[in-house]
Ligand binder design. Structure first.
Ligand SMILES: [Zn+2]
Length: 379
């Protein structure tokens, strides 16, 4: 090219520079230009048990069930999507369990199951260990079918409940609780730790920067928080110490590291996994995930972590759209789609790929694995 020609290009280049718009990251909503298949899966191919929902948040005083939506509203969505049964994990304790069992289980046989929770506000009281073990038995008599342990164990609950050092996940004072669960055939649904990115600084290298920027209180980096791996290992020590207790490790334990999870599934026959709010992680490593589902097809249980309210966590808002995304991920080989019904992918700016499970595995993941654990009839 001649020098004169290059000089003639300069004004155009300058004009193009001026046209370059400034754009803040939150305003960036790229629409994929890929022309790929979109399969809409309106109903699950087989009946589903969703083992991870929060239909209420119990009551710190242990009196009310505090259901967020009337069961009739839930049943509409369940019937449309082929969800036969939902487990309300956060059924609370004390009288909350009785009320929840009344409003959900007894009023709608076969459609709901209620789990109980530990009385963490009483953890500092003398005699807590025995009290908590006894409370599991009482909750069982009231109709609770399992125990749910929130991530607050390890990250929030302290020696004096809200102050003092954090209580470790494998603290011995919970031993009677784990043992009572084994004695009464109550599986433990346990959430420990959180995404790995919640334990690293909120900076430009953090893959969940926008999510943490919107919810800085979700970060467990610094202060006196243990590392993700310390929390994971403490939870696995509990599994090792209580081999008769069945543990459903929620959110795939450590969904960024399926090799680590696989190693532990192999080590602990009393370990199961659930994948609520983690299809964003599983779906961006579809080949590894597909192999993981093949290998552990008898110990993976369907769950969504659905909450029937709000729009703060689009990856968890109970509704038809949420279930359709899960079904699409499990049943199809569609490529590059959103893992949550949201304007921008809420957990990180990536999209997912379906893993196209065969019918035999789908039946296990949707229903039969949970049925075996909860003593329900197989399909
Ligand atoms: Zn949850």
């Amino acid at each position: 090219m001649t020098r004169r020609f290059l000089l003639s290009m300069l004004p155009a280049a300058a004009a193009a520079q001026q046209r370059r718009p400034a754009l803040d990251l939150p305003q960036f909503e790229p629409k994929s230009a890929l022309h790929v298949a979109e399969t809409v899966v309106k109903r699950a191919k087989f009946p589903v048990l969703d083992i991870h929902t929060h239909l209420g948040w119990g009551d710190p005083k242990g009196v009310k069930a505090n259901l967020i939506l009337p069961p009739a509203e839930l049943l509409k969505v369940m019937d449309a999507k082929n969800i036969r049964t939902m487990v309300n994990l956060t059924g609370g304790y004390g009288k909350s369990v009785e009320e929840g069992v009344q409003q959900l289980v007894k009023a709608h046989p076969g459609r709901f199951i209620v789990f109980t929770q530990p009385w963490f506000p009483r953890v500092a009281e003398p005699g807590y260990a025995k009290f908590q073990g006894d409370e599991i038995v009482r909750a069982h008599q009231a109709g609770a079918r399992g125990l749910k342990v929130l991530k607050s164990l390890g990250l929030v609950v302290r020696e004096k409940f809200d102050s003092g050092p954090l209580i470790k996940v494998d603290d011995k004072r919970f031993d009677p609780m784990w043992e009572a669960c084994a004695a009464h055939d109550m599986p433990v649904a346990i959430h420990t730790s959180d995404p790995e990115a919640f334990f690293t600084p909120i900076d430009r290298f953090n893959e969940r920067f926008e999510e943490l920027n919107a919810h800085p209180d979700w970060s467990f980096h610094g202060i006196d928080y243990p590392s993700d791996r310390e929390l994971q290992e403490a939870r696995f020590r509990v599994l090792a110490r209580h081999p008769k207790t069945q543990f459903v490790v929620l959110h795939v334990a450590n969904s960024e590291n399926l090799a680590y999870v696989a190693g532990n599934l192999q080590k602990y026959p009393n370990m199961w996994v659930e994948f609520g709010a983690r299809i964003g992680e599983l779906g961006r490593q579809p080949r590894t995930t597909r192999k993981f589902f093949d290998r552990f097809q008898d110990r993976i249980i369907f769950g969504t972590d659905a909450v029937p309210k709000g729009d703060e966590y689009p990856q968890q808002v109970f509704g038809e759209k949420l279930y359709e995304i899960y079904f699409r991920f499990l049943e199809t080989e569609d490529e590059y789609f959103d893992y949550a019904p949201a304007r921008v992918p809420p957990q990180g700016r990536w999209r997912i790929y379906g893993i196209g499970l065969p019918d035999a595995i789908l039946k296990k993941v949707y229903w039969n694995n949970a049925a075996r654990l909860l003593k329900l009839a197989a399909i």
